[in-house]
Design a protein around this ligand. Structure first.
Ligand SMILES: [Zn+2]
Length: 179
């Protein structure tokens, strides 16, 4: 069963409250810790970005140490999604966690992966905080690219992830809507 977007937003808010992560940037490692998951950095080969291993009460999230900070943060948040949303399975292996749809890269497109990505976006870029922040910034800046960059910096996410989130929340137009 696939959850609605708003149900996932609510799950992410609950997780932030439990982890006392109510200001931005949200620390996904603290959220993991609130759910008994430790985060370790590993040197993975290939395009592996994260692994979640659930063993009884012990959960481990391993992230690719060669990934950038924003990428590692998104990966941890994505694995938290699998954990907190109670996805089925003991081991989750994620290649190149990409926060967009319709891409031809090797990202998984099954329901659990979509949900984990939505959870990660909701966790790191909470709707209310995004709206408020964008509102503030928009008073002094009107350039789309600059806004996206400043927003990405404040929430400590990639520009791509922030742009996707802003489009998704209906706060900025999709880049394809230029016509
Ligand atoms: Zn995943």
């Amino acid at each position: 069963m696939i959850r609605s977007r708003s149900a996932i937003e609510d799950e992410a808010i609950g997780a932030r409250q439990k982890a006392k992560q109510l200001t931005i940037p949200v620390d996904p490692t603290a959220v993991a810790a609130a759910y008994s998951a430790r985060v370790v950095h590993e040197s993975f080969t290939d395009d592996l970005s994260g692994v979640l291993v659930r063993k009884g009460d012990l959960n481990t999230i391993a992230v690719n140490e060669s990934d950038s900070l924003v990428r590692r943060r998104f990966t941890v948040a994505h694995e938290c999604g699998h954990l907190i949303l109670g996805h089925k399975g003991e081991v989750f292996v994620d290649k190149q966690v990409v926060n967009r749809r319709n891409t031809t890269s090797s990202l998984a497109i099954d329901d659990q992966e979509i949900e984990a990505n939505q959870f990660a976006a909701s966790l790191l870029m909470p709707r209310a905080e995004v709206v408020e922040h964008l509102d503030q910034l928009s008073k002094s800046c009107r350039q789309r690219a600059v806004l996206v960059e400043l927003m990405a910096r404040s929430f400590c996410v990639s520009k791509k992830a922030m742009e996707y989130r802003l489009v998704n929340l209906g706060l900025i137009a999709s880049p394809d809507d230029d016509s």
